[in-house]
Design a protein around this ligand. Structure first.
Ligand code: GLN
Length: 553
């Protein structure tokens, strides 16, 4: 290998004891620390399930599908990676067992294994190792690749991935790979103690398959004392300094700061012999400070159908945290079931909110409730942001109640409708497969000069990420515009409506794309920042008369 080709180093992050410990956030926090030390970092998630990607999974089971610029439908942890590191990842950063087996079986069918018996070791594990090594090669100029292995150690499904990273570490120089294991140290009220046994067992399971973790990150509700760190270190064969506490925190962006206090970045630099500068985390810490100490408080309603599973709206929740930080506002999200709106009437749920967001979604259930909620926001001057399905419902509501087309509908929910103001695109009609068949990924949008969209974005040409099958039907565009709706963003190549707005309303805007996927803590998305700003103003305008009354008393 020539001297000027960089050899990337690998950090492997595994998890034990239970799922949902925040492994993705911990991995992303490690990435941020290394980035802030001047290193070039990229990240990857290996998901052990057999689905090729999470695109076909029910959000109730899997949570949000995070769409990348290149249209890859990926795990929501990729959202954390992009947000913490402020990078745009590609489909190479999410590998599933489904993809691995698919590639192996296709190669076998082509005769690519020259008659060999195709086995998990070495064929499946080789395919995994190749994917891991391919990422830094394709990205180029990478110092550190952080690879998170999904699932919990002990799961049958994740074994090929663990075996592959074990082999990969053997093939590399010692200081070029590092294993970090995230576990849980629970607290027992009764005895008033932190319990280390689950961590010991989890590390034992990992060592049985040949992986000795170098660093343990311990999620715990109470600080880990020096004694506890020593005990964990002794049983798990790491020095106490390599036992890092991961306490519950108010905002997730605080985790890198917590890790830095535990000297985690020093440890990484030392173990991996990384050549880099000192940590600069000042701007990041200031951003966290803004999120934690807001001056205002607003309540924004989120009207959707997956409201009982917050993971289904992960990026939306984060986009509001970013927008709140930018507006010095604590944004309290009020989760409103769209079906309840139909049952109780919109005023019951919306009369005391300062803003409304109608997010994306699929299927007919809850649609009429969303349409009613949007109508209420439109007629009561409540700031409104519609995302994807939210835009489609806003168009249906406007067509019915302003343009007077009572039967206006989307052909997704009413296939026989005579007035499909939202319709299926011609080229999609031939596709029968479900996986990866939508309009996916980044598309250009040209914005009208002097529109609200222009004021918010500050530019006329943007790119946003999509995930949908249906579109505003151009046959009805003139009618919508005659009645006062402005199509303020249009895809230049195919003349598709990407944004709509109502100039007569204080803040009413929607996008056919998913702005939440591109919001970053240091670069809040303009549509979310705009909604929160409008919500603060709306709240103040509503409070004003009462405040005046109070001051007169
Ligand atoms: N179901 C709608 C469509 O397929 C909207 C999708 C979405 O909101 N992501 O067009």
């Amino acid at each position: 290998m020539s001297n000027n080709v960089k050899r990337p180093k690998y950090i492997f992050v595994t998890g034990g004891v239970v799922s949902s410990l925040g492994k993705g956030i911990a991995a992303a926090s490690i990435g941020l620390l290394l980035k802030q030390r001047g290193l070039k970092v990229t990240m990857m998630k290996c998901d052990p399930y057999i689905n090729v990607d999470p695109g076909t999974m029910n959000p109730f089971q899997h949570g949000e599908v995070f769409v990348l610029d290149d249209g890859a439908e990926t795990d929501l942890d990729l959202g954390h990676y992009e947000r913490f590191l402020d990078i745009d990842l590609s489909r190479l950063s999410n590998v599933t067992s489904g993809q691995i087996y698919d590639a192996v079986i296709q190669r076998e069918r082509r005769g690519g294994y020259l008659g060999a018996t195709v086995q998990v070791i070495p064929h499946v594990t080789n395919e995994i190792k190749e994917r891991i090594k391919q990422l830094p090669e394709r990205v180029g100029d990478v110092d550190v690749v952080i690879v998170e292995i999904g699932g919990t150690v002990g799961d049958i499904e994740s074994l090929p991935f663990l075996e592959a990273i074990r082999q990969l570490a053997l093939e590399e120089e010692d200081e070029d790979t590092l294993f970090i294991h995230l576990t849980l140290v629970p607290y027992f009220e009764g005895s008033g103690e932190l319990k280390t046994k689950p961590t010991q067992h989890s590390v034992k399971a990992l060592r049985e398959i040949g992986i000795d973790p170098d660093i343990l990150i311990c999620r715990s509700p109470q600080p880990l004392t020096r004694e506890i760190k020593k005990k964990i270190g002794l049983y798990c064969n790491v020095p106490p300094e390599a036992v890092i506490q991961d306490l519950d925190i108010e905002v997730i962006y605080e985790l890198p700061i917590q890790f830095h206090r535990e000297l985690l970045d020093n440890l990484l630099v030392h173990y991996m012999k990384l050549l880099c500068k000192d940590l600069d985390i000042t701007n990041w810490a200031a951003m966290v400070g803004r999120m934690k100490n807001p001056q205002h408080q607003v309540r924004v309603g989120v009207c959707g159908k997956y409201i009982n599973l917050r993971d289904a709206y992960k990026s939306i929740i984060e986009a509001f945290a970013h927008a709140g930080g930018a507006n010095s506002a604590r944004v309290e999200l009020v989760w409103i079931s769209s079906e309840k709106i139909s049952e109780d009437g919109p005023a019951t749920h919306l009369s005391d909110i300062d803003g409304l967001l109608v997010p994306g979604g699929f299927g007919e259930r809850g649609i009429e409730g969303k349409i009613e909620a949007i109508g209420y926001a439109r007629t009561n001057g409540i700031p409104f942001l519609g995302i994807c399905l939210g835009l489609q419902c806003a168009v249906i509501e406007f067509a019915r109640n302003v343009c007077g087309i009572a039967d206006a509908h989307s052909s997704e929910f009413a296939p026989e409708t005579k007035i499909p103001v939202i319709d299926f695109m011609e080229e999609q009609k031939k596709i029968t497969d479900k996986g990866g068949t939508m309009r996916l990924g980044s598309y250009a949008c040209r914005i009208n000069r002097s529109s609200l969209a222009h004021r918010l974005y500050g530019v006329l040409n943007i790119n946003e990420r999509h995930r949908h099958r249906y579109e505003v039907n151009n046959a009805f565009r003139a009618r919508l515009e005659e009645c006062g709706m402005v199509c303020s963003g249009v895809n230049p190549e195919r003349d598709l409506v990407e944004m709509i707005e109502l100039p007569d309303h204080p803040f009413f805007i929607a996008g056919q794309f998913h702005p939440e996927l591109k919001s970053r803590p240091m670069k809040p998305h303009p549509l979310f920042a705009g909604l929160v700003e409008a919500a603060v103003k709306f709240k103040e305008s509503r409070l004003a008369p009462k405040d005046i009354e109070k001051s007169l008393k």
